[in-house]
Design a protein around this ligand. Structure first.
Ligand SMILES: Nc1ncnc2c1ncn2[C@@H]1O[C@H](COP(=O)(O)OP(=O)(O)O)[C@@H](O)[C@H]1O
Ligand SMILES: [Mg+2]
Length: 152
C-alpha cells in the first residue's frame, strides 16, 4: 500500500496541460529508452520551495532565478546515466551523447530542447542530475502562482 502522502493534493497551477503532458511523455520515453529491462522508473510530483532545491552547479544560472513555491515533477530512472560534463548539453538542439546505446536507439535530439522551451514558457525550469552507470533524474518545476496578465 502507498503511504498517504503519495496522494497529497497539490495546489493548482496555471498551465497548458497538453504541453506539460508532452514534456512528461518526452522525459518518460527517454527514461524507458536509456534504462535496461527489469530496472525501475519512478515519476513523482510534490510541492517545494525554490530555496530547498538542490542541483549541480552548471544549472545555477537557470535555477537561482526561481523564487517561491513550485510543483516539482521528477522522472527518476536506473539507466545508463549522463556524465556530469554533459548534464547541461542534453538540452541543446540536435544533441545526443556519444555512446553505443543512444546511437542504437536513435531519436532526433530535439525532445529535451523542446521540453525546455515549453517549461520556460510556463515561467518554470527544467534540469537533471545523474550518476553515470547508476541512473538519471530529470526535474521540472512550475510556479504555483502565476498571475494572469489582463491586457486592457
Ligand atoms: N534518461 C536519460 N538517460 C540517459 N541519457 C539521456 C536520458 N535522457 C536523455 N538522454 C541523453 O540526451 C540526449 C538528448 O535527448 P533528447 O533531446 O530527448 O533527444 P532524443 O531522445 O531524440 O535522442 C539523448 O540522446 C541521450 O544521449
Ligand atoms: Mg527524447
Amino acid at each position: 500500500m502507498c503511504p498517504p502522502d503519495v496522494f497529497q493534493e497539490l495546489p493548482k497551477i496555471n498551465a497548458d496541460s497538453q504541453r506539460l503532458e508532452q514534456v512528461l511523455t518526452n522525459l518518460v520515453s527517454n527514461a524507458v529508452k536509456f534504462t535496461p529491462e527489469g530496472k525501475s522508473i519512478v515519476v513523482k510530483s510534490e510541492l517545494v520551495n525554490a530555496k530547498d532545491l538542490r542541483y549541480e552547479e552548471c544549472f545555477t544560472p537557470i535555477l537561482d532565478k526561481l523564487e517561491g513555491e513550485y510543483i516539482l515533477v521528477s522522472v527518476k530512472d536506473e539507466g545508463i546515466g549522463i556524465a556530469k560534463e554533459n548534464l547541461l548539453h542534453v538540452f541543446d538542439k540536435f544533441a545526443q551523447i556519444e555512446n553505443s546505446l543512444s546511437r542504437k536507439v536513435g531519436g532526433s535530439g530535439l525532445g529535451l530542447p523542446i521540453a525546455k522551451q515549453l517549461i520556460e514558457a510556463h515561467k518554470g525550469a527544467i534540469w537533471c542530475d545523474s550518476e553515470e552507470g547508476q541512473g538519471t533524474t530529470f526535474y521540472f518545476a512550475i510556479p504555483v502562482v502565476t498571475e494572469l496578465q489582463v491586457i486592457k
